[in-house]
Ligand binder design. Structure first.
Ligand code: DOR
Length: 443
């Protein structure tokens, strides 16, 4: 059985009003008024229709850290946040450094059915930074891995980084680097500056990020490969990427919603919900990453959704784990930081949070946006809504959100993945029944 859906009166990201006909998992028609005989009708009056969000940087924790998150719970958090695809980082246990683990993650995603789960492969065996992982086997596996990253750790050995770049260039893959010079950040706890001195916390200097990005763009140029910079966070890093792009180097960069909105001042209360890697930076860094996203120096937004068990965060700052959950709040935080401030419009958001991350991740079809013949992956969003973000806003296992008890703009009303709703009226749909009825799995 396949479902035909007509979405009525949606506002597309270019501001035009349209009905959207979905049939057999693809967008079949876009027109001001589509006849809906026999179709399920979803009203989108006053709602924005965005292409389904694509996250290039998600920690789903399975296998190995299921007390933090599973592929199923993380997929639900993604769907409620308006995502239809996520890229699952490799720092699991066992590490996703071989074909078996990436195929397992891919299968878990298909069974969960809420979003397309694309595994990211580790660059080095065991994330240990000593030898290359089974990159070719992962690329050639059923999971067809295209993005490789040791995220959480930096590939700090320049020769290994060079070899990894050379290898993935042979099949159009990309190395997504966590840019953190390890010696400059030993025991680092927060952004290095006056505030870290006052708080007595060891500093994570901007130069530790910028030096690695500078090295890597030069390596990418030298070997003719693609580099992706994970969670760029400093004004200097924006300058380095801007310089590299002007030189024609094949580099893309991402910024997280939290680095677009929050600053290091939040560390003042030693509330470890604000402990993240790279750390929250200064006001001038936030201004620079916003400007970099607006002028195209930074290509995409990516969440770095990093769930942790309560006990890993509910402790003193220095003992707490790095990371924040982000899937459920991401679109609202993007709206607050760069849309409501007039720096990006919704067409820009569709580009930086769906079409370009899909292109970087090699997700065929997802890079077309809402277009006739494109996969039916979309989200209906109410930008005029406002909500008190609370525990009831979360659907993953992690409650380590920096936004709990704060008011955020906007709300995801409906998410459609593979032609079926995964979220309706702001609530998750039980997609297992959909999969049973359709005889097919999402994904
Ligand atoms: O804060 C972070 N948490 N940054 C990372 O790079 C890794 C992530 C994690 O895995 O918890």
């Amino acid at each position: 059985m396949s479902e035909t859906i007509v979405i009525r009166s949606a506002t597309l990201d270019d501001g035009t009003r349209s009905d959207i006909l979905i049939r057999d998992g693809v967008v079949a028609e876009l027109a001001p008024s589509i006849s809906s005989a026999g179709a399920t009708t979803i009203s989108a009056d006053g709602l924005l229709a965005l292409p389904g969000l694509v996250d290039l940087h998600t920690h789903l924790r399975e296998p190995g850290f299921e007390q933090s998150e599973t592929v199923l719970t993380g997929s639900r958090a993604a769907a409620i946040g308006g995502f239809t695809a996520v890229h699952a980082m490799a720092n699991t246990s066992p590490v996703a450094d071989n074909a078996g683990v990436v195929e397992q993650v891919q299968s878990l995603g298909e069974t969960a059915g809420y979003v397309t789960v694309r595994p990211v492969g580790a660059v080095t065996l065991g994330l240990e930074g000593r030898a290359l992982s089974e990159i070719g086997a992962m690329a050639g596996s059923r999971a067809r891995v295209r993005v490789f990253s040791d995220d959480g750790r930096c590939v700090s050995d320049a020769l290994l980084m060079r070899r990894a770049l050379e290898y993935v260039a042979t099949f159009g893959g990309v190395i997504a680097q966590h840019s953190q010079e390890p010696r400059l950040t030993e025991n680092a706890q927060m952004n290095e500056g006056t505030l870290s001195g006052q708080l007595g916390l060891a500093g994570w200097p901007a130069v530790a990020e910028e030096a690695i990005i500078a090295r890597d763009v030069l390596l990418a140029e030298h070997v003719g490969a693609r580099l992706h910079v994970c969670h760029l966070s400093t004004a200097g890093a924006v300058e380095v990427v801007r310089w590299a792009k002007a030189r024609g180097i094949d580099v893309t960069a991402e910024v997280t919603p939290h680095h677009l909105l929050l600053t290091e001042q939040l560390a003042s209360g030693y509330d470890s919900r604000y402990k993240v890697n790279p750390p929250l930076r200064r006001d001038e860094d936030v201004a620079a990453v916003r400007a970099g996203l607006a002028d195209g120096t930074i290509d995409i937004v990516a969440t770095d959704h990093a769930p942790h068990p309560v006990e890993a965060k509910d402790c003193e700052w220095e003992a707490a784990a790095f990371g924040m959950v982000g899937l459920e709040s991401a679109l609202s935080v993007v709206q607050a930081s760069v849309v409501d401030t007039g720096m990006l419009d919704w067409a820009d958001v569709a580009r930086v949070f769906s079409r370009v991350p899909a292109r970087i991740g090699g997700l065929a079809g997802y890079d077309r946006g809402i277009a006739v013949g494109a996969p039916a992956e979309l989200t209906l969003y109410d930008p005029a809504a406002s909500r008190l973000f609370g525990l009831d806003s979360l659907r993953g296992k992690g409650i380590n959100s920096p936004y709990l008890s704060t008011r955020l703009p906007g709300r995801v009303i409906t998410t459609i993945h593979g032609g079926y709703p995964t979220v309706l009226d702001g609530e998750l749909v039980d997609v297992t029944t959909v999969a049973e009825h359709s005889g097919a799995q999402h994904g």
